[in-house]
Design a protein around this ligand. Structure first.
Ligand SMILES: [Zn+2]
Length: 302
């Protein structure tokens, strides 16, 4: 469960962002990079994507492979480790498609008892995008995940990212260094909540909502994703209280990861919440994965 921002919902300014493909793989990352773990196949792009985000692509950033659009080189997959040789040690999976595109960061396990986001991120870490770079951290707070607790002994990881200041723990600092290093076009953070945002059904909570950062078209993309979720997963199968809505806009005034993405990085980002109220873990994983996929596609990762 998270505690997204209060009541403002004004969209931020539009910004264009450069493509940063392979920036992590080619730069001297501040984190230890392990050996590659093999190559994987490709998936097909679909033609019906609204693609509301069109980042520029700088040909000079192309890898020294063929620029042919028909190139079918498999994506490269690597991993790196945060907090090596500590109890908080956790893996980040990086899949770099053959075709250039935006870089997306996907995070699960900020709160260790929110299994759906951990599993959804783990599944997404195995995806084989045809375009772009996918950086996935399934178990952000590995100690809390191991204990299946909201907090770890260092407290709640999602209270350690004050805007305009250095994150307050070693794990938070290393995660933030990674994010600034990969320079993502979009950041997605998966959560689940005991309740439903804005509903009298069940306990109070933040579920069934997407909370966008105050940057670019994030709020419109969140609304499109909510509509998609309702059409495909909720309407006709669950009470109307379960309809996915757009939550408050996150803009950097709380010490949470997505607030810092909005406030410091000034990037599109989404904190997603599904509800644990009378839902199965399998359903929550399905919903979270579908929301992630839709948001990634909207930002050009496919
Ligand atoms: Zn949470």
């Amino acid at each position: 469960m998270t505690d997204p921002n209060a009541t403002d919902d004004v969209e931020g300014s539009n910004r264009s962002r450069p493509t940063t493909r392979r920036s992590l793989l080619t730069s001297g990352a501040a984190v230890a990079v392990s050996t590659g773990i093999g190559t994987v196949g490709t998936v097909s792009a679909r033609a019906d994507d609204p693609c509301p985000s069109s980042p520029t692509e700088d040909p000079s950033e192309e890898a020294p492979t063929t620029p042919d659009e028909d190139n079918q080189d498999p994506p490269r997959r690597e991993s790196l480790t945060l907090q090596s040789n500590t109890a908080y040690e956790t893996e980040v999976f990086i899949t770099d498609a053959a075709r250039p595109g935006p870089t997306a960061m996907v995070v699960g396990g900020m709160d260790g008892n929110e299994q759906a986001g951990i599993e959804a991120a783990s599944r997404i870490s195995k995806w084989k995008p045809e375009r772009g770079t996918l950086v996935v951290l399934p178990e952000a707070d590995a100690v809390a995940v191991d204990q299946r607790t909201y907090n770890s002994p260092r407290g709640n990881l999602n209270r350690q990212f004050p805007a305009n200041r250095t994150p307050t723990t070693p794990l938070a600092r290393e995660l933030w260094n990674l994010i600034t290093e990969i320079d993502p076009t979009v950041v997605i953070d998966f959560h689940s909540s005991k309740g439903i945002w804005g509903s009298d059904l069940g306990p109070d909570g933040y579920g069934q909502a997407i909370y966008p950062s105050a940057v670019g078209n994030s709020r419109r993309i969140a609304a499109d994703t909510a509509e998609f979720m309702n059409d495909e997963y909720v309407d006709g199968a669950y009470p109307s209280a379960y309809r996915v809505t757009v939550g408050n806009t996150l803009r950097g005034n709380k010490p949470k990861l997505m607030h810092k993405v909005a406030g410091d990085l000034e990037r599109p980002g989404y904190l997603t919440e599904v509800t644990r109220y009378d839902t199965s873990l399998a359903t929550r994983i399905e919903w979270t994965t579908a929301m992630g996929a839709r948001l990634l596609r909207a930002h050009g990762i496919r």
